[in-house]
Design a protein around this ligand. Structure first.
Ligand code: URA
Length: 217
């Protein structure tokens, strides 16, 4: 396994993942469990952000605190539509980040992504000092994940500053991303067994977008 792939192994994460896998979990409970896990994944992913020292006065004395380095720019990039479920929390935890929506859906025949939206912030101040969090609950074939990463690489953001956060990953998706971009980081709560012939993760949790937005019929 690539040293930049991090599986967050934690009883609370595992517990909530089991809620998500259960086909009888309704949409409301599904969203709650997803968000609980996301906190753990996002804390793990944000540990790569550079920090700086800052003087601070407590009611008792002056001291030196630590802050996220104010010289960097942070992009939070949810892949629509399922990734949207994570972006509010990411924005709450990083209020100074910019949200860059990436709209893609999957061509069910070819499993290739079809782009329909790419809403970036204006010009980056300094790509070398930009950090990106790509949010997608399911890293399956890796096709849309690859396109998302490539979108930021094209803007000259270093691969090591790109952090891909997925709830469940398939070995094929992890391999697809890490083969081309071994320096990106992948944070996930589980690497499942495989993909089925429709490109769904096995055992997985089904279609994340449908379960989040209650469009299961
Ligand atoms: N997208 C999903 O929502 N689920 C999968 O299993 C694979 C891709």
């Amino acid at each position: 396994m690539n040293e930049n792939v991090f599986v967050v192994n934690h009883p609370l994460v595992a517990h909530n993942l089991t809620i998500l896998r259960d086909k009888n979990t309704d949409s409301e409970k599904f969203n709650h469990a997803l968000k609980r896990i996301f906190y753990a994944l996002f804390f793990e992913g944000t540990k790569f952000l550079p920090t700086a020292q800052k003087p601070v006065s407590t009611p008792i004395c002056d001291t030196i605190g630590t802050v996220i380095n104010p010289d960097i720019e942070i992009i939070v990039s949810p892949i629509l539509r399922a990734g949207l479920v994570f972006s509010d929390i990411a924005q709450e935890l990083l209020p100074f980040s910019h949200i860059h929506h990436l709209g893609m859906y999957r061509n069910e025949a070819t499993l290739e992504p079809i782009w329909y939206y790419n809403k970036m912030k204006g010009k980056l101040k300094d790509p070398e000092k930009t950090f990106v969090f790509i949010l997608d609950p399911m890293l399956a074939t890796g096709n849309s994940g690859y396109d998302a990463v490539h979108n930021f690489i094209k803007q000259k953001i270093p691969a090591q500053n790109i952090i891909f956060i997925s709830l469940i990953s398939a070995p094929a998706g992890v391999e697809r991303l890490t083969t081309v971009y071994p320096d990106i980081k992948i944070i996930t709560s589980q690497i499942d067994e495989k993909l089925n012939d429709k490109g769904y993760i096995v055992p997985g949790l089904g279609d994340a977008g449908d379960r989040i937005f209650n469009t299961v019929y």
